[in-house]
Write a protein of this length. Structure first.
Length: 294
């Protein structure tokens, strides 16, 4: 069991996710227009949109962590996908990898929901309202769907945000990818994070390079968890719930999954209720589907 965290000591990477999905966009666009779904429910989707959610390998549902509308849309989409393709798993950013055995025990009926929350240290490590995510977890248990704890331990990302990648010891890599897989070289992603970082003022003693490295550790760890699951269950569709900053443009998780599994992997990036005034004419670059709730 990981050492408990005090709530004030959550990783700067968690803070960075909040910054990223509030940041204005300033990256290059591609020519592919997205499917823009205004005030939609899963029941009214076109065949084209449904195919983009069902007939792929991984679907990302990029959320604002504090948005009830985003979480309601996630549940609606998951139920709709399951109705068409019940061979699915759900990957959750809000659970960290050391706690996968606890999630498995909950799914097996060995733990009550309250025990799941307590033993995964949910409130210390995430802190957004449990009821935002509980319906998805309950749906997974009801239908016996695998649930993947995607994220790196907060102890690791917090350390990197403070002291950098070079501060990690051999034992720190138990739940994160090897240092050779921590790729911080994407200049567009760096520019995107720089804008978000700069737009929100000073962050105490956190150096930007370390801040960015901590963000990338989250991305690489989530990507490696998804890739490892797909390697053992290649036919299973994985639906990923993660912050918009880890999904937008594909820089965070999707590109890193493709790097591990090959570009032939089919992935769909969905941004939920993304502010239209931040699209800057780049809708086709930032996502495959822009989903807007009623």
């Amino acid at each position: 069991m990981m050492k408990p965290l005090r709530r004030w000591s959550l990783s700067i990477a968690l803070v960075s996710s909040a910054f990223l999905f509030m940041s204005p966009l300033a990256c290059s666009a591609n020519d592919a227009p997205p499917l823009i779904l205004m005030e939609k429910s899963i029941a009214t989707l076109s065949p084209e949109a449904m195919s983009a959610l069902v007939n792929v390998d991984v679907v990302y549902l990029g959320e604002r962590h504090d948005s009830e509308a985003d979480h309601a849309a996630q549940l609606d989409i998951i139920k709709g996908i399951y109705a068409e393709n019940p061979d699915m798993a759900i990957g959750l950013e809000m659970f960290q990898r050391p706690f996968q055995p606890i999630i498995d025990r909950y799914l097996a009926g060995e733990l009550a929901e309250a025990e799941l929350v307590e033993q995964t240290e949910y409130w210390e490590r995430w802190s957004f309202p449990w009821e935002f995510y509980a319906p998805v977890v309950r749906f997974a248990k009801e239908h016996q769907l695998p649930v993947l704890a995607l994220n790196a331990p907060a102890e690791i990302t917090r350390q990197v945000a403070r002291e950098g990648l070079d501060s990690l010891a051999e034992e720190d890599f138990r739940y994160i990818p090897p240092i050779a897989e921590i790729d911080t070289s994407n200049a567009d992603y760096q520019a995107f994070v720089t804008e978000a970082f700069g737009a929100h003022g000073s962050h105490g003693n956190f150096d930007f390079d370390n801040f960015f490295a901590a963000q990338v550790i989250w991305d690489e760890t989530m990507a490696s968890t998804i890739a490892a699951f797909k390697q053992t269950s290649p036919e299973t569709l994985v639906v990923v719930l993660a912050g918009t900053g880890h999904v937008i443009y594909g820089y965070g998780i999707p590109d890193r999954v493709a790097r591990r599994l090959g570009d032939e992997l089919q992935q769909t990036k969905v941004l939920l209720n993304f502010p239209e005034d931040r699209l800057n004419g780049e809708a086709g670059a930032i996502a495959d589907i822009l989903w807007y709730s009623p």
